[in-house]
Design a protein. Sequence first.
Length: 99
Amino acid sequence: METDQLISIDIFCNHYKVEYSFVQSLREVGLIDTVIVQETQYIHLPQLQKLERMIRLHDDLDVNLEGIEVVHHLLKRVESMQSEIVSLKNRLRLYESLD
């Protein structure tokens, strides 16, 4: 498997000064996905922004793992609702242009 879109969890933890167990906990509850290549665990690069947000919640705001799950769930709902609003606005514009 190509590792150009992956970052080793060890390298990530060293760079962000995060405990390996914290990243493992996020993986165990399903907040992030990891892959194993040649006995090394990796994170997909597109997940970095989400993972950085979770680290800030944990470190800066002292939010526990359960709280991070709640925030993540709520943010996903907000994004979904924003997408639905855009879709509805586009449909409304279509109907308004028919008048």
